[in-house]
Structure formats: structure tokens, C-alpha cells
Design a protein. Structure first.
Length: 342
């Protein structure tokens, strides 16, 4: 475990949405990696009852006075809570630093997209950071490393979306549908407006509160933003990308097909990907899966194989813990905020 600072030197952080799945992950990772002093607020930023260490507690409303001593505010809740925090930080001249882990503030003029695996953030000239969608960070990281091995001609990506990206309600609905189907009971469809259990979906139902295509578009925007900052003389072409709702509770699985402008070797592709952020499993090891990636930082890649019909193309299978990818990126930023403001 990394050494954390003492309480008097620890960075002070507010987490808006501390009761959400993402909020809990953020608090766990922040405590472990930074020793931050954390104050939790309800997802909407209003006063509400929540839970802390198994006990019911009252969460104070988010306001200018309550965050005056905070060095960073992390967004892990609703759009209402995000915009409330945004107005507070903006009116205070961009202090405390605002870190949006949900994407609610991505379209604000001050927003700076931060990839969870590159640590690229200018704290001197920015105060609103939006953590890129975890799937976008994963795709961009893989393509960025492969492009250093050989120029990429084109790529196709299928992203399998887990229920935990919809928070507790998504996980609960998948669980209810699974048990309901086995017991021949009616299915809850409040989140997806469709049967997710034992099923794959290219889109949600018409009455769902959101759209899968909206998530797809956000991932595309974030991938484009990250790839545009990739160093090197050769631009990386945007991948053709599709998101599929999978009947899994947690963790992303991503299938990539990448065509290069020269001949390739599968062994060399694995070497090109291997890094501190990406664990590569050879053909002699079990292929990575989303269950094995739970609570793990970074990505796991494996089952790398050349395309039998195209000697310049290869298939890659990549998995990662969606909540941990976001929380790690937020923790990196918080750590840097603390160092800068000491």
C-alpha cells in the first residue's frame, strides 16, 4: 500500500454522490491512495439521509460555506448535483478544483477532458476536469500504444456495457430480471425498458430514461479528444465504434479489430501493449474476463490473434473495471491538487 500523508497534511475533498456505486469506489480509492479527508454529500447536492459505515447519517446540503475549506470537489451523482457544484466552484473563481467523474459537465466551456490512463492534466490553467468515459480511456490507450508499434490504417471497436454504469438501479434491475425470469415473474424495466438479463441489446427501450446511443456518442467524443492529444507525427484514425448492452453486472469487455499499414506479428503486438497500465496475457494463459478485472487498476489484454483473412490486421480482447478506472484517474488528480496547494 502506498504511503499516505498525515491527517493535517491530507488533501480535503468533497464527494457529491458519496452514496452511489461510483461515490463509494472513489472514497475507497482516495482513502487508500491519498489519505484524503473526505466529506460526502448526497447525489443531488441537497440535504438528505445517507449511510456511513453501515449507519444512517444526515448528509449536509452542498453550499458555498460547506465547501469553503475543500481543495477539490468530486462529482459522482446526478446532473443536478453536478451543476450545483459547478456554479459554486465558478462563483469562487475556480477554487476548489472541480473533478467531474460522471460526464455531466463535459459540455461546459471550462471543461478539460482527462484520460484515466494518461495522467495528462494542467492544474495551472484549468479548474474543471472531466474524467473521460472509462471505455474511451481504454480504447484510446490501446490504440495509442499500438500506433507506436505500427501505423494504424483503421479499427473497429465493440464495447460491452455493464449494468453498473447505470448505478445501483441498473445493477438492481439486472438482478431482479435474472431472478424474475428463473421464477417466471414479471420483469422490472424502469432503467432499461427492455429485458437485459440473458440478453444482448444494441439499444434500450423507448421508455428508458436514457439512450445507449448517447453513451456511444460520449465515448466517441472522448476518444477523439484523447487521440487528438497523442504525441507523435502520425495521427491515429478514429475507430468505428459500437456499444452493446451486456447482461453483466460489472466491468467492461472490449473487442478491437485493428488494421495496420504494414505486416504484423501477434507476439510483437503483445509487447507493444505491455506497460504499467496494461497487463498482457499470452496465449498460454487464460483469456482475461470482466470478472477477473474487478477491483483491479488498469486494463488486461489478451487473446491477441491475427486476422486469418487479413495479414495486416489483428483482434484484441481487453477488459477493465469501469468504476476503478474512473476512481484511479480522480485519485491521481486529487494527489496532484494536494501537492500543488501545499
Amino acid at each position: 500500500m502506498a504511503k499516505v500523508p498525515s491527517k493535517d497534511k491530507a488533501v480535503r475533498v468533497a464527494v457529491v454522490g458519496g452514496e452511489t456505486l461510483l461515490g463509494r469506489e472513489l472514497q475507497e480509492v482516495l482513502t487508500d491512495r491519498t489519505g484524503a479527508v473526505i466529506t460526502g454529500y448526497a447525489a443531488g447536492g441537497e440535504g438528505n439521509f445517507g449511510e456511513r459505515e453501515g449507519e444512517a447519517v444526515y448528509l449536509e446540503p452542498l453550499n458555498a460555506q460547506s465547501v469553503r475549506s475543500e481543495q477539490a470537489i468530486l462529482i459522482a451523482g446526478s446532473a443536478e448535483g453536478a451543476f450545483k457544484a459547478y456554479e459554486l466552484a465558478k462563483s469562487a473563481g475556480g477554487r476548489p478544483v472541480l473533478i467531474d467523474c460522471t460526464g455531466h459537465l463535459e459540455n461546459q466551456a471550462e471543461a478539460r477532458i482527462v484520460a484515466s490512463l494518461d495522467g495528462d492534466a494542467d492544474l495551472q490553467s484549468n479548474w474543471l476536469f472531466v474524467i473521460a468515459h472509462p471505455a474511451a480511456s481504454a480504447v484510446a490507450a490501446v490504440l495509442g500504444k499500438l500506433a507506436r508499434y505500427r501505423r494504424i490504417r483503421q479499427s473497429v471497436v465493440h464495447i460491452f456495457e455493464p449494468a453498473s454504469e447505470r448505478g445501483k438501479s441498473g445493477v438492481s434491475e439486472l438482478h431482479q430480471q435474472t431472478t424474475g425470469l428463473l421464477a417466471f415473474k414479471a420483469l422490472e424495466q424502469n432503467v432499461f425498458d427492455a429485458q437485459v438479463s440473458f440478453n444482448l441489446l444494441p439499444q434500450w427501450g423507448e421508455e428508458a430514461p436514457g439512450k445507449l446511443s448517447t453513451i456511444e456518442q460520449r465515448i466517441e467524443r472522448d476518444v477523439a479528444s484523447i487521440l487528438s492529444r497523442e504525441a507523435g507525427a502520425t495521427a491515429i484514425p478514429m475507430p468505428s465504434l459500437r456499444v452493446v448492452q451486456a447482461p453483466v453486472f460489472h466491468g467492461y469487455s472490449i473487442s478491437l479489430w485493428v488494421e495496420f499499414e504494414g505486416d504484423i506479428a501477434a507476439a510483437e503486438l503483445g509487447e507493444a501493449l505491455a506497460s504499467a497500465e496494461i497487463e498482457v496475457r499470452g496465449n498460454d494463459a487464460a483469456a482475461p474476463d470482466n470478472v477477473g478485472a474487478a477491483n483491479q487498476s488498469g486494463l488486461i489484454a489478451g487473446d491477441i490473434r491475427t486476422d486469418r483473412n487479413n495479414g495486416r490486421a489483428a483482434w484484441f480482447w481487453v477488459v477493465g473495471d469501469n468504476l476503478r478506472l474512473t476512481a484511479d484517474a480522480a485519485a491521481d488528480l486529487v494527489k496532484r491538487v494536494g501537492m500543488q496547494q501545499q
